[in-house]
Design a protein around this ligand. Sequence first.
Ligand SMILES: Nc1ncnc2c1ncn2[C@@H]1O[C@H](COP(=O)(O)OP(=O)(O)OP(=O)(O)O)[C@@H](O)[C@H]1O
Ligand SMILES: [Mg+2]
Length: 249
Amino acid sequence: MNAPFNKHANNAATHPAFLSIWDIHAYYGESYIVQGISFNIHEGEILALLGRNGAGKTTTLRTIARMDNPELQRGEIWLDHQPLHQMKSYQASAHGIALVPEDRCIIPGLTVEENLKLAQIAPPMGWSIERVYDLFPRLRERRKQDGITLSGGEQQMLAIARALCRDIKVLLLDEPYEGLAPVIVQEIAKTLGIIRDQGITTVIVEQNAVAALKLADRAVILDSGMVVYDGSAEEVLNNEKLRAEYLAI
Ligand SMILES: Nc1ncnc2c1ncn2[C@@H]1O[C@H](COP(=O)(O)OP(=O)(O)OP(=O)(O)O)[C@@H](O)[C@H]1O
Ligand SMILES: [Mg+2]
């Protein structure tokens, strides 16, 4: 692995972490996108997965969630001793992986509450709707509103809330702050901190790298489908060279 900034050499083989990504290679058709990515994440950590446009962040999240596309051709993904690499997406989901995609996937024609109730149909059930409303009071206020008419920030909250209605262990967020005003970004970041305190492990992909790094415990930076940094989020914030080279900030 070409990893000039790799402070913590990957040790998935000897010390299995809560979520271990081990030398994964993934393809869209003939296109070789994820080119041998490895990283570990500990239970209850927030990890920022960063990199320029096209670096392979979304593809990595989709691979972890075991979506049909991309195809994982080599490598292993272990969640709490379960071999996700041998699973389909519905099985990974049943084992506690939740992917909140960039487009948030709110179901039109359903109210906020119906969106949440629908998420609760799939066992095992997670948080109660009341507990979710305590976390997102804005959703309680708008529970009868059609989900698709919510503001961008509220839709993001609903997408996260829906994930919590299932019994999840890992939350994979693809650009949750996209298009949101700084004050809403702060509000969501605060909530993600509370979710971490409840023991949920989070991987956050963000173009707003500074906001993600302020929230995260650790950071992994991708470039051309490979890991170029794996270490503390704070170090990235303080390392101008790293930021300029791989994040253009
Ligand atoms: N369905 C697809 N079929 C073929 N190639 C794809 C597909 N989706 C993405 N790619 C390619 O895979 C590479 C990585 O894309 P990916 O979406 O993972 O990047 P990203 O880091 O999430 O970028 P961004 O910051 O723009 O969201 C890109 O070159 C992209 O063109
Ligand atoms: Mg992306």
